[in-house]
Design a protein around this ligand. Structure first.
Ligand code: TRP
Length: 333
């Protein structure tokens, strides 16, 4: 079985962007791969170093979202990054193999830096060593467990590409040690927000969370952007520019009828939104109920994290023996 390594930063609850972007893929793939899912608390601290409470609180929230969405602890290991010191060690070795200029060229880091002006300055002049370098640590996340397949959203592609570069460089300098991992995208690697923005994102406040209840979903769906040319209820409209239709498509709900009624002006936006809210709420119902179960059984979540972390650590220890040997650091072995 090939090995999957993937994960998220514990900075908030998971939303539809995470689910359709990669989580659903991970759930499907876990039965055919040796799957390790990382809660990247160290990475979360790179832009939340001044907010440890937030990171701490979201570790369990993220674990519960994973479990609720169908990550099965009998098939996947969920583990906490900071409890695998081997990853930190490998990050240090990798940091010699990539230039600062290359890190500055990473479009995802650059975009995030520009979104965080209060932390990193207007033009990124106060960017920290840790934040600029987090893709190096992500390369270590993946390789410290011999990861081969990385199911992620498309914003992560630059990081996987950098991981592959670091691996090539490492193998060149110290001899064949790691395989180059491959990213796997879902059919919908980027999900739009309720406001029509290209990306559903917590910082844009345009998300539907997996844990949202029916009332919240309804309120949010009512605010979704529709065809601006449709003024009256019976104006014909273009579903292709409507976020409500976009989400109907995402969950494959009654598409033919909705599309033709909308185009003919036989469907008002309010009714269409109500239909979406009901369907979405139904779609997320199992996830919500499973989540409630884990909220009521925190000791189970803790055990899953503990076991997952132990399994990941054992694996990382083995990999690091090989790394140290190849780097001539195996002094007393
Ligand atoms: N950068 C990822 C995100 O922001 C999280 C992450 C950390 C990750 N380490 C990883 C993803 C390793 C895949 C593999 O969502």
């Amino acid at each position: 079985m090939k090995t999957i390594i993937t994960g998220d930063r514990p900075t908030g609850k998971l939303h539809l962007g995470h689910y359709f972007g990669s989580l659903q893929n991970r759930v499907k793939m876990q039965y055919d791969y040796d799957t390790y899912i990382l809660i990247a608390d160290v990475q979360a601290l790179t832009d939340n170093f001044n907010n440890p409470d937030k990171v701490r609180a979201n570790v369990k929230e993220l674990a519960m979202d994973y479990l609720a969405a169908g990550i099965d602890p009998n098939h996947s290991h969920i583990y906490i990054q900071s409890l695998i010191p081997e990853i930190a060690e490998l990050t240090v070795y990798f940091s010699n193999l990539i230039s600062v200029a290359r890190l500055y060229r990473n479009p995802t880091t650059k975009h995030e830096m520009n979104q965080k002006k209060e932390l990193f300055g207007e033009a990124g002049e106060s960017i920290t060593y840790g934040f600029l370098g987090y893709p190096v640590s992500q390369a270590a996340d993946i390789t410290a467990l011999d990861g081969e397949i990385v199911p992620v959203g498309d914003d992560q592609l630059p990081h996987i590409e950098q991981t592959r570069e670091v691996v090539r460089k490492f193998n060149n300098v110290y001899g064949e040690t790691f395989k180059e991992p491959e990213a796997v995208l879902s059919k919908t690697p980027r999900i739009k927000g309720l406001d029509g923005n290209e990306k559903m994102s917590k910082s844009l406040n345009n998300c539907i969370y997996l844990s949202d209840d029916e009332e919240t979903i309804t309120k949010k769906v009512m605010s979704a952007v529709t065809d601006p040319n449709k003024i009256k209820k019976d104006d014909p409209a273009n579903p292709d520019v409507c976020m409500v239709y976009y989400y109907h498509k995402l969950i494959d709900n009654n598409l033919e009828t909705i599309c033709s009624e909308c185009k003919k002006g036989e469907r008002g936006c309010v009714a269409c939104k109500k239909e979406l809210a009901t369907a979405l709420s139904e779609y997320l119902k199992t996830i919500r109920e499973k989540r409630r179960y884990y909220e009521e059984h925190p000791e189970e979540v803790e055990k899953i994290l503990n076991d997952g972390t132990e399994a990941a650590r054992n694996r990382a220890k083995e990999v690091m023996k090989r790394v140290r040997k190849n780097m001539k650091l195996d002094y007393f072995e």
